[in-house]
Design a protein around this ligand. Structure first.
Ligand SMILES: [Fe+2]
Length: 225
């Protein structure tokens, strides 16, 4: 099985994965995957709190995969070795904690997933570069190029799209706020225009809201397959 949920901002919103909120986890095994749609927050500072939550997640029966949001320590992520998992590039934090890199197409349990993290922080004026904010939160040209190559190989057809933010064109109609200046959201608008997909799940907006085929996810844990 594959599940998705919204931002965990470890430790702030990780409680949604405890056994009270997610009792079904008792039925799962490591071949079942729960995907956090960005702002995972585990890799923030290499301290006792990191070790505590890493161990807490390692003790889960299921695999935790995550795409990056905007609140992650990207200098730390960028130092990790790249490996391959289900046909796409990942950073492996642990046996069952896996970072899904931007622009990859993964084949999981016979379904294809286009994954693309990243977003612009709206509160970056109040943050410190290299300590609580990193410029790599925005997608870059190399990542866009790789994403387009991978989508082309997939014939611009996937079963699911998983992102942190959403296409720029969706922000106004879905959240009733003015269009934002966010390179990732602008790129995703183009992905939306070109790609055939079944459902698209994203986080970032801290609410659970449906606008088919789009699902904005925050506290819900949704079974995808
Ligand atoms: Fe967030």
């Amino acid at each position: 099985m594959v599940f998705v949920t919204g931002d965990t901002h470890i430790p702030i919103d990780i409680k949604k994965l405890n056994t009270t909120n997610f009792p079904f986890q008792k039925e799962l095994s490591r071949s079942d995957i729960l995907i956090v749609l960005g702002d995972f927050g585990l890799l923030w500072k290499e301290d006792k709190e990191y070790l505590y939550w890493k161990k807490w997640l390692e003790e889960k029966r299921f695999t935790v995969a995550w795409l990056d949001g905007n609140h992650e320590n990207f200098d730390w992520i960028d130092r990790l070795p790249v490996s391959e998992w289900n046909g796409g590039k990942v950073h492996r934090i642990s046996d069952n904690i896996i970072h899904l890199m931007r622009g990859q197409v993964f084949r999981i349990q016979d379904k294809t997933f286009f994954v693309c993290g990243g977003a612009t922080s709206t509160d970056k004026e109040h943050r410190t570069t290299g300590l609580s904010w990193w410029p790599q939160e925005d997608i870059n040209f190399r990542e866009i190029d790789e994403a387009l190559d991978n989508l082309e190989t997939a014939d611009y057809t996937v079963d699911y799209v998983l992102t942190h933010t959403c296409p720029n064109s969706l922000v106004g109609p879905m959240f009733h706020i003015p269009t934002i200046t966010d390179p990732t959201a602008m790129f995703l608008k183009e992905v939306y225009r070109r790609t055939k997909f079944g459902r698209w799940f994203f986080g970032h907006w801290h609410e659970d809201r449906e606008s088919p085929p789009f699902s904005c996810v925050y506290n819900k844990i949704i079974q995808v397959i």
